[in-house]
Design a protein around this ligand. Structure first.
Ligand code: SF4
Ligand code: SF4
Length: 281
């Protein structure tokens, strides 16, 4: 609902400078004072699995922080297998399972990951298994050309790391106007991208897992059954305050240069010195 209100306000803002001046405060008012009536509805029918943080690009403001806080760790085939068993046991009919990263096709056992997902696809043939790829480079294109027919592809066709993204590494907690917010409400991404699984467990969204990986709170949930509304709200309370996407609740904030606020600068410095060791899934 808040998304609809935003669209109306944005359209209005494009029409006149006066309305433009009014649109942002209105949006801020709705978000701050008409709470809960405008809550985001998380898409719990979709899950993004970040199988690797390796990537052949290093985009500025990447919301997996693959350039700022690199990691050679990947999800194991056994972890994907465990996800499949959990999902089947709990009769969890996913609408879409997205394989992501980093660049997922660069996972050293990408073929085995797909094999591990096969029993799920046989049990739930309507589930779309989708690879999210940057489509960059011969190796990636080679893997994409040999995918089985039941796998779909979303290719962002990036040519380089010079992308315009939201300023993911500018934490709302570092902004005077936002640091007092109720961060447990999250942002629109909950409605679009669904839940997430990494080598450290389940999260309310993939960006939350990035914050956790770099800041080291160790909040990944270790079973699908523990991914409750209360647990996800808990994750959002702790993690959204460092996620730059949160700012989109108020305004669009895009940049093609790497923007980094003090919390992120400190966390990245600590990470580079001694990366947090999160409990594996
Ligand atoms: S291609 Fe995607 S994962 Fe890789 S650096 Fe760019 S935004 Fe991040
Ligand atoms: S603010 Fe960031 S971490 Fe929180 S719900 Fe949105 S994308 Fe996820």
């Amino acid at each position: 609902m808040i998304q609809h209100a935003r669209r109306v306000l944005k359209k209005a803002a494009k029409r006149a400078t006066l309305l433009q001046t009014v649109a942002e405060p209105c949006q801020r008012f709705l978000w701050r004072h008409v709470q809960r009536a405008f809550d985001w509805k998380a898409d719990v029918s979709t899950i993004t699995i970040d199988i690797t943080l390796g990537c052949n690009l290093s985009c500025r403001n990447c919301d997996r922080a693959v350039g700022l806080a690199p990691s050679a760790e990947t999800m194991s085939v056994e972890q994907v297998d465990r996800f499949v068993r959990e999902s089947i046991d709990l009769r969890r009919g996913w609408r879409c399972i997205k394989l992501s990263g980093g660049e997922p096709t660069l996972h050293p056992e990408f073929g085995s990951i797909l094999e591990a997902l096969t029993p799920y696809k046989k049990t739930y043939p309507d589930c779309e298994v989708r690879v999210l790829t940057n489509g960059h480079g011969e190796r990636v294109r080679g893997v994409l050309s040999s995918l089985p027919g039941w796998v779909t592809v979303k290719n962002s066709e990036k040519e380089s790391g010079k992308q315009r993204f939201r300023t993911f590494n500018v934490a709302p907690a570092d902004l005077e106007t936002l640091r007092g917010d109720d961060f447990s409400r999250g942002c629109f991404i909950l409605e679009y991208c669904g839940l997430a699984l990494t080598r450290s467990g389940y999260y309310c969204c993939a960006s939350a897992s990035t914050v956790d990986r770099v800041f080291g709170f160790d909040m990944g949930l270790k079973s699908l059954s523990s991914l409750t509304d209360a647990a996800m709200r808990d994750q959002r309370s702790r993690l959204c305050r460092y996620c730059g996407h949160y700012k989109y609740n108020y305004r669009e904030d895009w940049s093609s240069t790497q923007e980094t606020s003090p919390s992120w600068r400190d966390a990245v410095a600590r990470y580079r010195e001694d990366p947090p060791r999160l409990t594996p899934y």
